[in-house]
Ligand binder design. Structure first.
Ligand code: NIG
Ligand code: FE
Length: 415
């Protein structure tokens, strides 16, 4: 099957060099082709260029050709959302109301709300129901432009429930057209392990991780290294256990305090260090020259009124930055990457170009897939979206709350 997109007003995020990430000053330049075509063969991008170079005659004789006229519309590579917790049992709007009335996120967590609340609800819900609900969320984010997503466990906390979550994610991988990566997340100490941290560490390292590895249920291991959650030393041990089982690390780091999480992540060549509200010169120095993608989660900072990660300083220092949604019921109940771009621009002083790199190629790197996703390059997977008729690409972050995406193509197929 050949799909030919014609008369594209502007083909955005073209990268013939297929860079694996884009850093520093280069983030402010996005390559585009005006009045372009793009050819998809089966699930891959076969060719693209200016319209005058499209030789339709070359395709005569090919069967099953579909042409789409994109006049006035733009084409982008799908968003890669490298950090979500979108398998969950219930929304947590009561905590949202409690916070409006003055309670803090930390106070809610201490009283058995937060992650522990989600764990309780997840324990009670069947695997089938979790799957059905999470698939609806995938449909929703796909319609808003996301074509690849990383999904974490971490609302299970017990071995049984963590495995249940990861099995749900595996089933989603089998049935969804989105590219999905799964991550085992050491998220919090359950109430019954208060004062018995070592026992829980033992369970994580000697039971959960080996069982997960045995069944190949997770691609990566992540740890919430922060004030009130896992310490640097505990994070180190969990990432080491993951490494022993060939699972690369990721970290939730420096959201609530200068936790040292960034440095531990870098030590283990973590794919990404995420959140980064409490980042200063030391963390920036640690990230420089590392293989770890600094990943900022504007949705969580917006929803929890957190101080903002120093994105401008990181980019000016020459670092790459990725943006992801953190879609979860407690700190960021939205997977809308268009809105994440808006927040990137308005709250973090990023240009629209910087947010395009941050939500495509850099976030693809943060989930280990940038060789095949995250930009328009020959041979990459044809995960694309076509916008409605728009005036320029800056109108996407500008039009917050609107969905300007008209057509979604995943693996070369219109959805
Ligand atoms: O990435 N920060 C830690 N974990 C999640 C939120 C967990 C929750 O509140 O349910 C996050 O923001
Ligand atoms: Fe998270």
């Amino acid at each position: 099957m050949k799909l030919i997109l014609e008369n594209i007003k502007e083909l955005v995020q073209v990268d013939p060099k297929s860079r694996l990430w884009v850093a520093g000053k280069s983030m402010s330049e996005v390559q585009t082709i005006k009045n372009a075509f793009l050819v998809v063969q089966d699930e891959l991008i076969e060719d693209f260029g200016p319209m005058e170079k499209l030789g339709l005659a070359d395709f005569e004789g090919d069967d099953l050709i579909m042409e789409i006229d994109c006049s006035g519309k733009m084409v982008f590579p799908s968003y890669c959302d490298s950090h979500t917790h979108l398998v969950f049992a219930a929304t947590r709007e009561l905590e949202f109301v409690d916070r409006i009335k003055g309670l803090t996120y930390e106070e809610i967590a201490k009283n058995g709300g937060g992650i522990l609340n989600s764990a309780k609800r997840l324990h009670e819900m069947s695997e089938d129901d979790l799957y059905t609900q999470a698939m609806l969320r995938l449909d929703e984010i796909a319609s808003m432009g996301t074509g690849a997503v990383e999904i974490k466990s971490g609302y299970g906390l017990t071995t049984e429930s963590e495995l249940k979550m990861l099995r749900v994610i595996r089933r989603m991988k089998q049935h969804s057209p989105l590219m999905i990566k799964s991550t085992f997340l050491a998220h919090a100490f359950p109430l019954e392990y208060r004062g018995k941290r070592e026992e829980y560490m033992n369970l994580l390292i000697n039971e959960m991780i080996p069982l997960i590895a045995l069944d190949e249920l997770a691609d990566y291991v992540d740890v919430f290294c922060d004030w009130g959650f896992f310490t640097m030393e505990e994070t180190d041990r969990i990432l080491m256990a993951g490494m022993k089982h060939e699972m690369k690390g990721k970290v939730h780091a420096n959201e609530l305090a200068n936790s040292g999480g960034v440095q531990v992540g870098v030590k283990y060549n973590a794919l990404s260090a995420d959140h980064l509200e409490f980042v200063g010169d030391e963390e920036i120095a640690a990230l420089m020259g590392s293989e770890t993608m600094p990943t900022v989660l504007p949705g969580a900072a917006f929803f929890l009124n957190l101080k903002l990660a120093p994105v401008r300083r990181m980019i000016d220092a020459g670092l790459p930055v990725a943006l992801a949604s953190d879609y979860n019921p407690g700190s960021s109940p939205s997977g809308n990457m268009n809105f994440i771009q808006t927040l990137g621009c308005l709250k973090y002083g990023m240009t629209p170009e910087e947010t395009i790199h941050a939500t495509t190629i850099n976030s693809a790197y943060a989930m280990g897939i940038s060789e095949n996703y995250g930009s328009i390059a020959k041979g990459k997977v044809a995960n694309l979206f076509i916008t409605k008729e728009v005036s320029s690409y800056a109108v996407i972050p500008y039009s917050f709350g609107s969905n300007l995406i008209e057509t979604v193509i995943l693996n070369g197929e219109m959805q």
